[in-house]
Design a protein around this ligand. Structure first.
Ligand code: FA5
Ligand code: MG
Length: 439
């Protein structure tokens, strides 16, 4: 989906109708839409545009971008921190507002019309989007919220959320991914606040015409200061994430809602990777939103792309893993920790718990137990997690419960062989660490 905004798709590709909705209790008329579809607790009528699938619906509400310790959440937080730091108001508070829980069910008007996407534009095709019905779809980009937030009076904001596009599934594409959109609007005074000289500078001109460098209504100097501000904060972000020496380049791009427009590419692992699109907001969008006296920039970036590079995650599907072998590698309270993902086996995990009372002489320490488990379980042990630490109210004795996750790197482990190892661990712990196994 690299050229999402300009790719041409024959409309005939997008006419299949999927049967996936509950039928009504009366005999269904198969020529008509049959029932509602429920998304995030709300029922929506379906019609011939409906093409959301159960698999896609199952992703709604998972909100990986705000899930505790999830790699996408770490990257989100780092981006938010960067904007909080880069723009502050007169009393030192962050200028940007953050919206990270707006519903992904949006109208065609929000996703396309408000952004001046032409009615026959290929990005609207059923083959590219997940439609709820002819009026509603799962947002294809977080830019869908831009116009309404501007109309609400916001002038510096980030929108973060899950987006949905019909696409192939491979190591870098997934039909659900996460985006961050940013918008900054400036009055003439704000745009030129760092400009020297006594002449009053303007952001609008009357008889200008559109050129590759600017929209007809803008002055070239206003576009240049906004472009500078936009590129500075985005390159700053790339440097915060990938280091001061990150190699990057700007490429001219087209979006219906910005002009001029650019994409930022970062050189990573021997190749140029597109990480974001951006540009100067079409003035018509601001006029319709009731903010005609300002000029604005906007950008949209993909969280997965950044997280894959940052953490060396080789496959975009891993972000959806519920496997603790993946997730536990990202447990940190410092989002800036330089984590490198270590591949885990694809064979199933086999968790077994062990509980014991600690010796009362305080001789016990968890690290001794971890060593003992590693000694006996060897490479079949993937993780050991303390899942319960309990003090008996009467006896004051302490009990620990650990979950030992067994998984072989090359083959499926049977529960029988795991039980045998587990019993050996229990016996050794009782003998060597003086603990009292609970059953
Ligand atoms: C957009 O979605 C525009 N809304 C971005 C924008 C916003 C431009 C505001 C101007 C102003 P694009 O389709 O290129 O553009 O996607 C933006 C970013 O999302 C890409 O740069 C990439 O990082 C990420 N992205 C796009 N498609 C995928 C995909 N299939 N899988 C993972 N990430 C993707
Ligand atoms: Mg793009």
């Amino acid at each position: 989906m690299q050229k999402y905004w300009i790719r041409l798709i024959p409309v005939s590709r997008c006419c299949e109708r999927r049967i996936l909705f509950k039928t009504l209790s009366t005999a269904p008329d198969l020529t008509k839409p049959v029932a509602d579809v429920e998304l995030l607790g709300t029922k929506y009528p379906t019609d011939e545009w409906t093409n959301v699938t159960p698999k896609i619906i199952s992703k709604l509400g998972l909100n990986l971008h705000v899930a505790k310790h999830h790699p996408l959440s770490h990257v989100r937080q780092r981006i938010v921190n960067h904007f909080y730091k880069a723009y502050r108001n007169r009393v030192g508070n962050p200028l940007f507002s953050v919206f990270d829980n707006l519903s992904p069910v949006v109208s065609v008007a929000q996703n396309f019309d408000s952004l001046l996407v032409p009615v026959n534009h290929p990005s609207r095709a059923k083959s590219d989007c997940y439609y709820v019905n002819q009026d509603l779809l799962l947002r294809a980009h977080t830019t869908a919220h831009q116009a309404e937030l501007i109309a609400m009076g916001l002038d510096n904001f980030l929108v973060i959320g899950d987006v949905y596009r019909r696409d192939e599934i491979d190591s870098t594409h997934y039909p659900v991914f996460h985006q961050v959109d940013g918008v900054r609007l400036c009055t003439a005074d704000e745009a030129f606040q760092n400009a020297r000289g006594t002449d009053k500078l303007h952001i609008f001109e009357n008889r200008g015409s559109e050129s590759p460098e600017k929209q007809g209504c803008h002055t070239l100097e206003a576009v240049k200061v906004m472009e500078h501000d936009l590129k500075k904060v985005l390159v700053g972000l790339a440097q915060v994430l990938f280091g001061k020496d990150v190699k990057y380049r700007w490429v001219d791009q087209y979006f219906p809602f910005t002009h001029p427009s650019w994409e930022l590419e970062v050189f990573y692992n021997d190749q140029w990777l597109e990480v974001l699109g951006c540009g100067i907001i079409r003035q018509e969008i601001l006029q319709k939103a009731g903010t005609a006296n300002r000029i604005g920039w906007a950008f949209g970036l993909g969280l997965e792309r950044l997280a894959m590079c940052l953490y060396s995650i080789p496959d975009i599907r891993l972000f959806w893993s519920t496997d603790s072998g993946f997730l536990n590698q990202f447990i940190t309270d410092n989002v800036n920790d330089p984590i490198k993902y270590k591949p885990v086996s694809t064979y199933p995990q086999c968790p077994n718990d062990i509980s014991f009372w600690l010796p009362q002489d305080k001789s016990y320490c968890s690290n001794d137990f971890y060593d003992l488990v590693r000694e006996i379980g060897g490479d079949t042990v993937e993780q050991i997690i303390l899942i319960d630490d309990f003090i008996h109210p009467k006896t004051k004795k302490t009990s620990h419960c650990y979950r030992i996750v067994y998984r072989h790197m090359e083959r499926v482990l049977t529960q029988e062989e795991v039980s045998e190892i587990h019993k050996k661990i229990e016996k050794a712990a009782a003998e060597q660490l003086n603990v009292d196994i609970r059953n």
